[in-house]
Write a protein that binds this ligand. Structure first.
Ligand code: GTP
Ligand code: MG
Ligand code: ZN
Length: 314
């Protein structure tokens, strides 16, 4: 007999995928299976977060395969996932030192893909003022922002409440950010039953050790209507706009909600808002008046230069 079921890919290792299926009586079953040959040929074809059809043929041994992939809402390169609704962009106040340009790039990519970005500043216990100053940059940009410490538990209950009320109705989310910022530790603080592996950052270079090695989605809000999904992902430090096509230079303004209104209001002909003086450029003026955070504008300009050069090459 051949049975087909719909489910979600929650993990993939060495060509074997775990697919979460909710059966008619509301129970969750996990099937471990391979992808059908035709799907498997192109390695890019399956993402964690994909909604798939599995075919169970009980007459052949090893007879469960992923036979189809449903159309995706979106897919990201970092973290490599599909169908995200929320992206929690995590960085530490200290240890490792944050690179705000990477944070801003991730926010822009999320917005471009209709994913809601949420910023989490971790390790507040290592520098309270620092964490709050970073958070303020993102609050001012209109982004939902949390300051947390997995050590003192500051902000953990608040974030937990946010996740419970927003990551529901089948919503999918992920923690993303550099290695060692405390993504897995924070997930354990929020959901102790996960027992994710964590490890100390290197003392010498103050960088993470790439402890989490694969993307894995967890059930965090029960089943059925309330079901919600949150993934822990491996840390990364580069988001390379020169190498990958995240979006084009024309798309850039709409990925910075704090800059967009001033960019739209800039009357200087053909202004790219990247170096023009405050006499001419409404964006430069807004930054000078403190209406746009300096680091946000620096990131904007840096991405602009990369995308512009890329466009000129073709
Ligand atoms: N002081 C302090 N240390 C923390 C906090 N959160 C995490 N850490 C420590 O930071 C180190 C790295 O934490 P992980 O959770 O492994 O970091 P990660 O972001 O998951 O790293 P990768 O899996 O490599 O991407 C561990 O030693 C944690 O104990 C925090 O809020 N305060
Ligand atoms: Mg981790
Ligand atoms: Zn301008």
């Amino acid at each position: 007999m051949i049975i087909e079921k719909l489910g979600k890919v929650i993990k993939g290792l060495g060509g074997l995928y775990n697919v979460r299926v909710e059966n008619d009586s509301g129970e969750v079953e996990i099937y471990t299976c391979r992808a059908k040959g035709t799907l498997h040929k192109n390695e890019e074809k399956l993402y964690i977060g994909d909604n798939v059809r599995i075919t169970i043929d009980d007459e052949t041994p090893d007879g469960i395969v992923i036979s189809d992939v449903c159309e995706r809402k979106n897919s990201l390169i970092r973290p490599p996932m599909a169908n995200l609704d929320y992206l929690f962009i995590v960085f530490a106040a200290k240890k490792p030192m944050p690179v705000l340009e990477v944070v801003d790039k991730l926010i822009a990519i999320a917005i471009h893909n209709s994913i809601k970005p949420v910023v989490i500043v971790t390790k507040q216990d290592l520098g309270d003022n620092l964490a709050k100053e970073y958070a303020e940059i993102y609050e001012r940009a209109g982004i939902d922002t949390f300051v947390t410490s997995s050590e003192s538990k500051e902000g953990v209950a608040e974030l937990s409440e946010y996740i419970k009320s927003n990551i529901a109705s089948g919503a999918t989310s992920a923690f993303a950010g550099a290695s060692g910022v405390g993504k897995s530790t924070l997930m354990n603080a929020l959901f102790p039953e996960l027992e994710l592996m964590t490890s100390e950052i290197s003392k010498k270079i103050e960088r993470g050790r790439h402890t989490t090695r694969h993307v894995e989605i967890f059930d965090i809000n029960g089943k059925g209507e309330s079901a919600g999904f949150l993934a822990d992902t491996p840390g990364f430090s580069l988001v390379d706009f020169a190498r990958f096509d995240f979006f084009s230079v024309e798309d850039l303004p709409s990925t910075f909600p704090d800059i967009l209104p001033f960019a739209v209001g800039c009357t200087y002909a053909d202004c790219a808002h990247v170096g023009e003086g405050i006499a001419d450029c409404a964006v430069a003026r807004a930054a000078a008046e403190g209406k746009i955070a300096e680091t946000r504008l620096e990131s904007y300009r840096s991405i602009y230069r990369i995308l512009k050069e890329k466009k000129n090459q073709y």
